[in-house]
Design a protein around this ligand. Structure first.
Ligand code: UT7
Length: 345
């Protein structure tokens, strides 16, 4: 039974923080940030807004695009690096607010690789018969866990969310392969403390409670795993670089994406990049990029996609899929029909 994404909604807060704004906050420059990362601005949540709020708004967008699409959802999986609480899970909080109380709900904690992991978790649970239809989210308020006095990290991150419906799709569409991995040796390069002020490899007392990162180490790791895991996901699905219509990578740094593309022979023209306007939104970055490329018509029904992501853990996740645009077309046709009915009335 092929499983795939049939609907996708996203949300980014309206408040925008530009590189120019950052110049007024500490010693940095638009030129430094753009040349080192490609990022020009990021969206920030308001004071009382958290990951579940981002997720609920992404679901509202989903419902506006595909009315009734949550009917039958019996599983909610939320990938997040900045959950509202340890528990209740952010997934349960979102489920409660979007009319899915009673559905199975769990969070996936794999930092920025989380959305790809969550898709694979949902696919597994659907194939096992545990659930029939899943809502998979990536929801973040990274701006609330970065240290705004650390100029080498806070310039990178932004807030937002994506919400996807995952269910059975027609033969020839959907997920073809997933490759997931983690290597705790690299853990100290990207971390956020929780209960224990202790992570193997991070000198005791060195970390404050905000996100900690060794940018250079993460950079080298990212270039390697993006291409390696992407390659493995393609091999597993019997694909080669030239088969890929669109690569949708985690949006962390355009230099990482360029180097990875070079390593495994996918052209930048076939790669979706929108980090200039969002920064790194962790688990929300892949759905935000995917939605943008659907909206502007780059990604079409039947396109061969490759999703690749990396993050804290250190972790990585890649997935090959044939995009199923059928549900979107149906929703658009329904909308047209109801518009016509309104005109007739
Ligand atoms: O989802 C995964 C999240 N993490 C990542 O993707 C991080 C991957 N790494 C990176 O993107 C890059 O390593 C950074 C953008 C974080 C840093 O770029 P870099 O080219 O590796 O710079 P660097 O850390 O080697 O720092 C170079 C210089 C340093 O000054 P000195 O020591 O050479 O005098 C930094 O202090 O740049 C300085 N610097 C800054 N200057 C202006 C660091 N941050 C800034 C800043 N503005 N915001």
């Amino acid at each position: 039974m092929p499983i795939g994404i049939t609907a996708l909604g996203t949300y980014a807060p309206t408040r925008v923080l530009t590189n120019k704004d950052l110049e007024g906050m500490f010693d940095t420059s638009d030129e430094w940030i753009v040349s080192r990362t490609g990022i020009r601005e990021r969206h920030l949540s308001g004071e009382g807004e958290f990951a579940s709020d981002m997720g609920v708004r992404a679901v509202n967008d989903l419902l506006a695009r595909y009315p009734g699409v949550l009917d039958g959802v019996d599983l909610v999986v939320c990938a997040t690096s900045s959950p509202d609480a340890y528990f209740p899970s952010t997934a349960a909080l979102i489920a409660g607010q979007v009319g899915l109380n009673g559905a199975g709900a769990l969070d996936v904690s794999v930092a920025c690789s989380g959305f790809v992991y969550a898709l694979s978790v949902a696919q597994g649970m659907l194939l096992a018969g545990t659930a029939r239809k899943a809502l998979v989210l990536g929801a973040e308020v990274l701006s609330k866990i970065v240290d705004w006095t650390d100029r080498s990290t806070c310039i990178l991150f932004g807030d937002g969310a994506g919400a996807a419906v995952v269910e059975e799709v027609p033969e020839g569409y959907g997920f073809q392969s997933f490759v997931l991995g983690a290597d705790s040796v690299g853990g100290p390069s990207l971390y956020k403390f929780a209960v224990a002020d202790r992570i193997p490899g991070v000198p005791v007392g060195e970390g404050n409670m905000m996100l900690g990162m060794n940018g250079r180490e993460v950079f080298k790791f990212a270039v390697r795993v993006l291409s390696d895991s992407g390659e493995k996901a393609m091999n597993k699905a019997g694909l080669k670089g030239s088969d890929i219509d669109w690569m949708v990578p985690h949006q962390a740094n355009v230099r990482i994406i360029e180097s990875a593309c070079q390593r495994f022979g996918v052209s930048m023209d076939k790669t979706v990049v929108n980090l200039d306007r969002y920064g790194n939104t962790s688990t929300a970055s892949v759905p935000l990029a995917l939605r943008e490329a659907l909206d502007d018509g780059r990604i079409q029904d039947g396109d061969q996609l490759l999703l690749v992501a990396f993050g804290g853990g250190l972790s990585w996740g890649a997935g090959a899929m044939k995009w199923y645009g059928g549900a979107g077309k149906r929703a658009a046709a329904q909308e047209q029909e109801s518009d016509q009915e309104l005109v007739v009335q």
